[in-house]
Design a protein around this ligand. Structure first.
Ligand SMILES: Nc1ncnc2c1ncn2[C@@H]1O[C@H](COP(=O)(O)OP(=O)(O)OP(=O)(O)O)[C@@H](O)[C@H]1O
Ligand SMILES: [Mg+2]
Length: 381
């Protein structure tokens, strides 16, 4: 291993023992969450710093050198809206990442947590404004300033962490690249976050920065409305947040989507502008979506949103329809075949994201058919 890590600089390497001590032997009491990549523990490092310690699932067979090269790239990146990586541990089959610990959990567990909300944080309009602009700046940095450009691939509410002052930090950037495509848990991850997937990425595996911009658009609408992108308990026509947003936009009633928890305490013009930016980012054609640096300027009012034509968003329901009604089977399996052979309801209204979560076989096959194409398109513009 000494051989393998020679030539790697600037990455702090933790011993397994130090991290075991920090987390009290990875005690369940210190576990703060579990995601597609493995479990996350809170721990106190030798130097007294509190850290979030992410233990990657043991299936990761990636070589030490490859792993560390990636880590080196990620750990050199510094931005106020990105989670800081302290270092990592590679011993035997263990692959562990050590991050700066953030006090206020994620947007998924706070703003969008519903009845299981982790906290009673009140998200004022000013706070939401700062979160949206901060995330946009972090993403613009990854997309346009870092070389080679980094496509995050998994922008969503649970990957936006909040610091003490509720300043947003994007987590897990670059992480998808560290995980071999044959890992089964990646499939649940993709299936589970389907509401954020750009149609061209989900169907054709075309991964560009525009796919992140789509996910950001979904997130933006979630933050302004205080609602998750999918809520199957709502009546037809309201289940899918983007569909609802487009509908209200066409009727010039966007204001009706703004979170009622704000109690009217918001700048109407600004909030509607944010929703329009969300629509611009989620347009069906990737070419029409603005770059992240333009998005930042739109949010802050430096670029006039009303000069841009907004076309219909690429909708998850259209995507499901396409899969259900997809072309006849060819010899080479496509994502479409997998779903149609699984007897999805022919009406997209009945389709429920929990189906995708619980039926792991769907997720697994579904992913393996398009993950390969994703892998060949790293960092494409
Ligand atoms: N640096 C951190 N500080 C505080 N909490 C964190 C940190 N990193 C992760 N967490 C918490 O740990 C939990 C699990 O995170 P993890 O990233 O593993 O899963 P996820 O974001 O739900 O899904 P995904 O695997 O797609 O990222 C999340 O609820 C998150 O709030
Ligand atoms: Mg995460």
């Amino acid at each position: 291993m000494d051989d393998e890590i020679s030539g790697i600089h600037d990455v702090k390497l933790y011993t397994y023992k130090e991290l075991r001590v920090a987390t009290e032997d990875f005690s369940p009491a210190n576990k703060i969450g579990e995601g597609g990549f493995g479990s996350v523990y809170k721990g106190r490092l030798k130097d007294g710093k509190i850290a979030a310690i992410k233990v990657l699932s043991p299936e990761s067979r990636q070589g030490v050198k490859e792993f560390l090269t990636e880590i080196e790239v990620i750990s050199r990146i510094e931005h106020e809206n990105l989670v800081e990586l302290y270092g990592c541990c590679v011993e035997g089959n263990n692959r562990i990442l050590v991050y700066n610990y953030l006090e206020n959990n994620s947007l998924a567990q706070t703003l969008l947590g519903g009845s299981q909300r982790y906290s009673n944080i009140q998200f004022s309009w000013r706070t939401r404004y700062n979160i949206c602009v901060g995330v946009a700046r972090g993403l613009a940095f990854l997309h346009e300033e870092v070389r080679p450009h980094i496509v995050h691939r998994d922008i969503k509410a649970s990957n936006i962490l909040l610091g003490k002052d509720l300043s947003p930090k994007i987590a897990d950037f670059g992480l998808a690249k560290l995980i071999p495509s044959n890992m089964t848990h990646v499939s649940t991850r993709v299936a589970g976050t389907i509401g954020y997937l750009a149609p061209e990425y989900a169907i054709r595996g075309q991964l560009t920065r525009k796919a992140d911009i789509y996910s950001f658009g979904v997130l933006l609408v979630e933050i302004v409305s205080g609602r998750c992108n999918t809520n199957t308990r709502l009546p037809i026509g309201e289940k899918y947040l983007l569909e609802r947003t487009w509908d209200l936009y066409e009727r010039r009633e966007l204001v009706g989507l703004i979170d009622t928890a704000l109690d009217g305490e918001f700048d109407v013009e600004e909030a509607c502008r944010f929703l329009k930016v969300g629509l611009l980012c989620t347009q069906d054609s990737p070419k029409l979506r603005p770059s992240m640096s333009t998005v930042v300027k739109m949010l802050t009012g430096e670029v006039e949103v009303d000069n841009w034509e907004i076309t219909k968003p690429g909708l998850i329901t259209d995507f499901m329809d396409l899969k259900v009604k997809g072309p006849p089977k060819t010899t080479k399996p496509q994502a479409m075949d997998v779903t149609s052979s699984y007897n999805l309801p022919s009406s997209s209204d009945q389709l429920d994201t929990t189906t995708l979560y619980s039926e792991s076989s769907v997720g697994a096959t579904f992913t393996s058919t398009y993950n390969q194409s994703i892998e060949t398109r790293e960092f494409s513009p």
